[in-house]
Write a protein that binds this ligand. Structure first.
Ligand code: NAD
Length: 476
């Protein structure tokens, strides 16, 4: 772990499993309560000097980007070994972490003057919050860590981060490498199980919890943060619909939808998780999707031929098996796939399901794995209603030969990102967050940055009677 600039060992450890083998391949430190206290203390003592020098923060973020770019070849295989994703995608994650640092290093932070006259000069500035507790999931351990770290640091906060117990190693290693370009205590990393996350959210030091994970845990985080009125950003689960319109080219659309659904083996919060197809195109879209799903190369992420890896962990593997079995026992057909693969590790066949009903678990819940239900619709209004009839609201997409027509439909989706003729197009400058149960707040861009600070109105009186009693009474 990295605490106060030092590499800190733990008195006990837990096993980290390589999902391609199902075997423990390394051990990670189990942070004690005392060590967590030490991490928060060091973040707190680093805060006063870190918040005071924006130029230094911008330079540090650029230096962090360089460290990340230079460590791609070391970190990517480690990330693959604990997460499962193909090593090229793992390299992409480390690269993206660097890009996020660069983006925030260069993002302007305007302080608008809203009044400048004989009465007053009034400026709106942003002040950092203090120590940020960052908690991340196992699907994109590094990308999602830097969606938090980069803006939190630019805004002037210091950070303690806890990765998922399924994928702690790449985060711990990267944060250790970054110590060389950061003042001690500015960025700390601890690791442990879910209980450690709960200790963090209940801890008196952090003023902000930036959480990415499941809806169930997100609600617990919100409850734990409430008594202390800690600020929270919650990036939670999704059940993204893709609606195909009747003028779309089934082949073209199927290729892009396959990518949007099976990226990272379906383990993306904003992956396509249900597809709505007009009856006239249904068979063609299903055939094309099944073609891609049956042809894609699934294997160990360290094999450069693999395009999809295993499911990350045993509980998630069990869940995908259960949801697919439940759909099949309720009348669905697996046009391709449908089963776990007969090999060690947590491999599941890329699966395309037809004959699935709206209430079936794999449609109603977030499957977060390589199985995709395809449903037909009679009218576009019906498709929109079904797409929105859920507590999820992360993102969605509409596909058509006529982008303007698709945009009219996309505008009716209740979700944080509405894509037209694409899905999963994300960038550091684009706000990302969920409506409804998919989250509170956003990450990325100036909108995400502002969640790591609070507004302060600075009012400088220019009148001789600025302190007179009448003004004070009016204000109170
Ligand atoms: P999870 O909620 O089980 O765990 C996420 C993190 O929270 C882990 O680090 C875990 O140890 C920690 N945690 C667990 N219990 C806690 C508690 N009581 N208090 C504080 N922290 C606690 O989620 P997961 O299974 O790791 O990740 C998958 C989920 O994350 C999916 O639902 C997915 O959609 C969601 N996700 C959302 C986004 C987004 O940006 N909206 C991105 C990626 C993943």
């Amino acid at each position: 772990m990295s605490i106060g600039g030092d590499a800190v060992a733990a008195t006990s450890t837990f096993g980290v499993i390589n999902p391609s083998t199902g075997e423990v391949f390394a051990r990670a430190p189990e942070c004690t309560k005392d060590q967590l206290d030490a991490a928060f203390r060091s973040a707190q003592s680093a805060y006063s000097s870190w918040r005071s020098d924006e130029d230094e923060r911008r330079k540090s973020l650029l230096a962090m980007a360089d460290v990340l770019f230079n460590s791609i070849n070391d970190i990517a295989p480690l990330l693959t070994s604990e997460q499962g994703k193909p090593v090229a995608n793992a390299a992409g994650e480390v690269f993206a972490a660097g890009i996020w640092c660069q983006y925030f290093a260069n993002l302007e932070t305007p302080s608008p003057v809203i009044q400048d006259d004989g009465d007053a000069l009034v400026q709106v500035v942003r002040r950092p919050l203090g120590v940020v507790a960052a908690i991340t999931p196992w699907n994109f351990p590094l990308t999602l860590a830097f969606w938090k770290i980069a803006p939190a640091l630019l805004a002037g906060n210091t950070v303690v981060i806890k990765p998922s117990p399924f994928t702690p190693l790449s985060t711990l290693k990267v944060i250790e490498l970054l110590q060389e370009v950061l003042p001690a205590g500015v960025l700390n990393a601890v690791s442990g199980g879910d209980e450690l996350g709960a200790w963090m959210t209940a801890h008196p030091v952090p003023r902000k919890i930036s959480f990415t994970g499941s809806i169930e845990t997100g609600k617990k985080v919100a409850q734990s943060a409430a008594p202390d009125l800690k600020r929270v950003t919650l990036e939670l689960g999704g059940n993204d619909p893709a609606i195909i319109l009747d003028d779309a080219d089934p082949q073209l659309v199927a290729k892009a939808i396959f990518g949007g659904a099976f990226n990272n083996n379906g383990q993306v919060c904003s992956a396509i998780k249900r597809v709505y197809v007009p009856e006239s195109l249904y068979d063609d879209v299903v055939d094309a999707l099944a073609g891609y799903a049956s042809a894609v190369k699934v294997g160990d992420g360290l094999d450069p031929e693999s395009k999809l890896g295993p499911i990350n962990n045993a509980p998630q593997f069990k869940r995908v098996k259960e949801l697919v079995a439940d759909a099949l026992s309720n009348g669905a057909t697996a046009v391709t796939g449908g089963h776990a693969m007969d090999r060690p590790g947590y491999f599941f066949e890329p699966t395309i399901l037809t004959g699935v009903n709206e209430g079936t678990r794999i449609v109603a819940e977030e499957q977060f794995g390589p199985a995709l239900p395809i449903m037909s619709y009679k009218s576009v209004d019906d498709a929109i209603e079904r797409a929105n009839a859920t507590n999820f609201g992360l993102s969605g997409s509409v596909w058509s030969a006529d982008p303007d027509r698709a945009a009219t439909i996309a505008a009716q989706l209740d979700c944080g990102t509405a894509w037209i003729n694409t899905h999963l197009a994300l960038g550091p400058g684009q706000p990302f967050g969920g409506h409804k149960w998919s989250g509170i707040g956003v990450e990325n861009g100036p909108w995400g940055l502002s969640e790591f600070s609070e507004v302060q109105a600075v009012y400088r009186s220019r009148t001789a009677d600025g302190l007179n009693i009448t003004t004070a009474e009016t204000v109170s």
